[in-house]
Design a protein around this ligand. Sequence first.
Ligand code: ME8
Length: 525
Amino acid sequence: MTKPFYITTPIFYVNAEPHIGHTYTSVITDTIARYHRLAGEDTFYLTGTDEHGDKISQAAEAKGQSTQAFADHIAGIFRSTWDELDFSYDRFIRTTEPAHIETVQHILQKVYDAGDIELREYSGQYCVGCERFLTDRDLDEEGRCKDHEKPPEERKETNYFFLMSRYTDWLAEHIEKNPGFIRPAGYAKEVLSMLRSDNGLEDLCISRPKERLQWGIPLPFDTDYVCYVWFDALINYLTGINYPDDPQFEERWSNVEHIIGKDILKPHGVFWPTILKAAGLPIYQHLNVHGFWNVDNRKVSKSLGNMISPLVMRERYGFECFRYFLLREMSFGRDASFSEEALVTRVNADLSKNLGNLESRCIKMLGRFREGIVPEPGAATELEKDLEALVKRIPITVDEQMRNMEPHRALASVFELVDATNKYIDQRAPWKLAKETDNAESMELLDKTLYSVCEMLRVISLLLAPFLPETASRILERLGLAGALEKAVLPQDAQAWGGLPVGNPTQTGDPLFPRLEMPAAEDAN
Ligand code: ME8
């Protein structure tokens, strides 16, 4: 293990069950975490639930449940869903945990002592959906919240304010001087325009009077108030790695990557770095912002009933097919559209036809022509040298793309290897060579071909493991390499041509990706 790597998802509100959006964020985070583990880094992946605030207490009330019972129930569903989907998180944090409450109070006190929190009277337009006071730019022409399409409530209160505006210039300068701090670049621009807008940055109201809202963390310096849910929620990233007591905290924190959707850019791009600065803590390394999934070209919403349950998708298509589609279809940072038809089309083309056929052709031919035993490759010809060159190059490209947070491009790079191998098989036509049993040269060429194809499959599986862990393990097992992933180090083991031992026994199996049927019209979504 070398340097620590720390990656986080947003903590999800417990007012809805996990849907395609939460699943996408978690699939990306899981994939990146798995990649870093395979690169030998001491990786920590944090996820969890955000349980305080008006939104949750109102949702519980609507269900006629106590807020705690309601939060317990939905947090349990998130956790069990993530477990069923085999996400490799290291900690599932809940903001109602005593450890988190303590950390929030510690940070609040620090910022208060630094003189960055002040009591003021305030009136404004509050959106319960967003859990914040809105500014003019958050409103549409009819004066409704742009995100929730609902008019905000007029609220007047004496509240504590975090003097965020003090940090405007510092933050703008940091963003300008550190390209990639918020990525892709379009989101850094968006944050800069929030900071540089005519009115500049406002201060942030961080309290709610207890008489109005009980469900929150009491302010340590005034127990008549509870903490604003966003101030509380962001601090989960510190609690998650046991700030301030863990001796590993500093090193881990210096390598933190946050993954979020574009809807929560402002809290993460503006509130969070300024809170950290005010608390005297280093700011995060990167904020990685992805786009939004629309379903059949419409916004995902409860009222439209198009939320897409990951467990239903697993039942219908197999989770790795759904996972593959999410990873490949969306360019990280941009919006994408989900439909079951698009999923079936892509999975059939890429996984059944391309990858699945390659695996089954390769292992079946080895069984038929060489009793399933990996043969001697002999000396490389031009065709094998081309494959070797690709195997030297692609793992490095994948490594860069993963570190630049471009998983869709990394996956496309892995598939370059799949395409090259399919092409190589067609060029060599081993089924023809196999007929020329009297020709020693043909037999040698056949061995070379079979070895090279299996070796390509080994490399492909190693690189595919973070994206499709189950598929990668199955292919490696069939190559007689069960357990290889536990020892593998990326990218170097994928680059090392010849890693597959001669004489390895292989075994055939069921098709990895049976062709999917198009959904019947009435089932679709
Ligand atoms: O905002 N497409 O929680 P949340 C892609 N508790 N991603 C989507 C999506 C979609 N259609 N819908 C949701 C909160 N997401 C706060 C976060 S963090 C300190 C507090 C994903 O339950 C995406 O990651 O509303 C988005 O940022 C997140 O879910 C919002 O989840």
